[in-house]
Ligand binder design. Structure first.
Ligand code: AMP
Ligand code: MG
Length: 492
């Protein structure tokens, strides 16, 4: 399957997307980065591809990672798509800076590889086809962190930098990330053909997606309706996973929604720190459309946008609506399971919904750190307050914590919860380490000064988010005061 040379040139590409008709894409080579340097490599992503991370620093490998040159067997192309941005139809959007190399066989099935930031494409619009080092490091780290958390996501193999200047609010330097996913087809890929009134292409794309990624649906009475229902289910579940871990995407436009139900296109994302359901992680999102609390309903809105685009294939609006009904149950069932797991609860009781709502109200009132709250809650004992200290210490209002712990303990007694197994189970689902903005910022600033060690160290801490890793406890710390001034916007 994989040749023993372990360099990118040894990758054997199939080019399944390129077998679609030419109106789906434009073939092109990346212009790449001049004088590239390796900023970070994901050992586990490299392993999946059969690449040796140590060999990726060789100049011929770097040239591939930097988008200067495609491996011989690749057939690079930029795919076309459109989308709704902030709820408004925006027409053709991309792909303005991602170039698909093709797909390679891996133990987890075929994976497509993309360069992100390798230069202009015919769909770049007003953009330069580039990505800045700052946002590339964030995408690289968060892709791999989400994977380690067990949340469906595109992966990232590498981030490569260059001194090439790019203009954003200020002049920054350019970078290229190699991303991987079974497919990068988005909801907006379908909307493109629907709004372009090109039903033949719409069908070709749906058939391609079903054949390669949902083959079991080909036998359904209405495969397109079955596709919409399954994508809707996956999306509902994905967003429950985001909510549970406190992840905020920041730009849930329909062009950033994966047809596979994976987290896609990391921009101004954030992880919930001091809990505020109305938190907006994207500084450019003035109305809070993509706030934490809005994510579940925006996920459904996006599925409706996909449904609209699939109506010509599904055949009726009623059948389309029927498929979209999968969203609510998929989200609620997953969220309910995840909340039970986060709190170490095995039984499902009638009053659990009220209990969860009371917890959210308490978190909202106290603004406690979301990640540390659940992690430290795992330490408490059912009948003995001796281990309450760590979780209590997170609260300015200790009384609010104590009052809630009384309810929590009562709930634990109701199901006769045993401490040791509950604690182990809670630590397996409540991460100690998430990619807090300040951690990314420290790694970015060092990398901007050509010290890449922190990117790699942070990656390795985030690769085991549920492990104690006592030696890295500092990475689980509350954000420092300076972090309150950090703003992350769409600029990337
Ligand atoms: P985003 O909001 O980051 O998902 O971007 C929306 C679309 O704009 C995508 O198709 C991107 O490929 C494209 N885009 C974003 N930044 C650039 C850029 N610097 N150059 C060209 N296209 C870009
Ligand atoms: Mg995007």
């Amino acid at each position: 399957m994989l040749t023993p040379t372990h360099t990118p040139d040894a990758l054997r590409f199939n080019n399944r997307f390129a077998s679609l008709p030419e109106h789906f894409y434009t073939r092109l080579n990346g212009s790449g980065l001049p004088d590239p340097y390796l900023v970070g490599v994901s050992p586990s992503a490299a392993q999946l591809l059969g690449l040796d991370p140590a060999q990726l620093t060789a100049p011929e490998s770097l040239a591939v990672l930097a988008g200067q040159r495609a491996p011989a067997a690749a057939a690079p192309l930029a795919a076309v798509y459109s989308g709704h941005q902030f709820g408004v139809w925006a027409g053709q959007l991309g792909d303005g800076r991602a170039i698909l190399l093709g797909d390679v066989e891996t133990p987890e099935g075929p994976m497509e590889l993309q360069w992100k930031g390798a230069g202009l494409t015919p769909y770049s619009r007003m953009g330069d086809g580039r990505a800045v080092l700052r946002s590339s490091i964030r995408e690289f780290l968060c892709s791999e962190a989400m994977h380690a958390l067990g949340i469906p996501t595109t992966r990232a193999l590498s981030v490569v930098g260059s001194d090439l200047g790019v203009v954003r609010e200020s002049i920054e330097t350019a970078a290229v990330v190699i991303r991987m996913a079974p497919s990068f087809v988005r909801f907006g890929s379908f909307e493109h053909w629907y709004y372009g009134k090109h039903n033949a292409a719409l069908r070709q794309l749906a058939d391609h997606v079903i054949a390669h990624f949902y083959p079991e649906l080909a036998e359904a009475d209405n495969p397109y309706q079955a596709l919409l229902a399954e994508v809707t289910r996956r999306t509902g579940k994905l967003i429950a996973q985001w909510q549970a871990v406190g992840f905020m995407h920041g730009v849930m436009n329909t062009d950033n929604m994966s047809i596979l139900g994976q987290t896609l296109d990391y921009g101004p994302f954030g992880y919930m720190e001091a809990f505020d359901a109305h938190h907006i992680c994207n500084h450019s999102d003035n109305s809070g459309r993509y706030s934490y609390a809005n994510q579940p309903r925006i996920g459904e809105w996006n599925c409706f946008a996909l449904g609209q685009a699939l109506v010509p294939l599904i055949g009726s609006v009623d059948a389309t609506h029927a498929a979209l009904e999968a969203y609510g149950p998929a989200y609620s069932t997953a969220m309910d399971e995840l909340l039970h797991a986060k709190l170490g609860l095995k039984a499902t009781l009638d009053q659990d919904e009220d209990f969860f709502n009371a917890m959210y109200a308490m978190l909202q009132a106290t603004r406690v750190d979301y990640t540390l709250f659940f992690r430290r809650l795992a330490a408490i004992r059912r009948d003995d307050p001796a281990q309450d200290g760590p979780v209590r210490d997170l609260f300015i209002d200790r009384a609010a914590c104590d009052a809630w712990l009384v309810q929590y303990r009562a709930r634990l007694r109701q199901e006769d919860s045993a401490d040791a197994p509950r604690q182990a189970a809670m630590r397996a689902v409540n991460p100690k380490y998430v990619l807090r903005n300040y951690l990314a910022q420290v790694a970015i600033e060092k990398a901007q000064n050509k010290d890449f060690s922190e990117v790699q160290r942070l990656l390795s801490v985030l690769a085991k988010p549920y492990d104690e890793q006592e030696e890295h406890a500092a990475y689980a710390a509350l954000p420092p005061d300076w972090a309150s001034g950090l703003e992350v916007s769409c600029s990337s």
